[in-house]
Ligand binder design. Structure first.
Ligand SMILES: [Zn+2]
Length: 203
């Protein structure tokens, strides 16, 4: 049914999350019918993605990699209007995006990259705690908001953060459980996320 070339594209597209065979075919046919610049630009951006985007050297959010080879800094870390005394700790970049969509977070972030997972053998040493604690000291953070998901791993991570951060005498809060238990923050709508943030409680 499909040409070999088309088949190759469909196989690649179906490897993306949420894209099945039908959606892959829809995308491919759309690209063939749309203005040629769309597939050219899309292809060029995807090809250069790994070279151009890197983790932010301060918070691990995704950032543009500077052409001079210097340290990458994300759009939030370079935004002077952000309140540096508030630091929101999340597990994954997707969670940062979910909180940003709510539009009420005035502070900055720190992305752990993974959650503590006793079941999967991810221990405290595998989390960037030293980097986080150094940042808290250096930037004189006054409140740490723990925004890990309300899952077993998310709660375990929150407890670890409490153990490490509480002795430093700053305000430590946890987002309210407005997001469903076991659920991903990624799928919380902005209003629910905003409420979860506003209703945060002392940890
Ligand atoms: Zn950053």
């Amino acid at each position: 049914m499909f040409s070999e070339r088309l088949k190759r594209l469909l196989v690649l597209l179906s490897r993306l999350p949420g894209v099945g065979e039908k959606t892959a075919a829809r995308y491919a046919l759309f690209l063939l019918a749309a203005d040629e610049s769309l597939s050219r630009e899309l292809g060029a951006e995807i090809a250069a993605l790994r070279d151009r985007v890197a983790p932010c050297s301060r918070c691990n959010n995704l950032a543009d990699r500077p052409e001079d080879g210097g340290a990458a800094l994300c759009a939030i870390c370079t935004d002077n209007k952000r309140d540096a005394s508030i630091l929101c700790v999340v597990g994954r970049v997707q969670d940062l995006f979910a909180i940003e969509r709510a539009g009420t977070m005035r502070g900055r972030y720190f992305v752990l990259g993974r959650l503590l997972s006793p079941l999967e053998g991810v221990g405290p040493d595998e989390l960037p705690m030293d980097k986080l604690l150094t940042l808290i000291e250096r930037e004189r953070v006054r409140e740490v908001i723990v925004a890990t998901p309300p899952s077993v791993d998310g709660e375990a991570t929150a407890l670890l953060l409490k153990r490490e951060i509480a002795p430093r005498g700053l305000r430590l809060t946890r987002i309210a459980s407005g997001v469903p238990h076991g659920g991903d923050l990624e799928y919380a709508d902005p209003i629910t996320m905003g409420r979860a943030l506003a209703g945060r409680q002392e940890l």
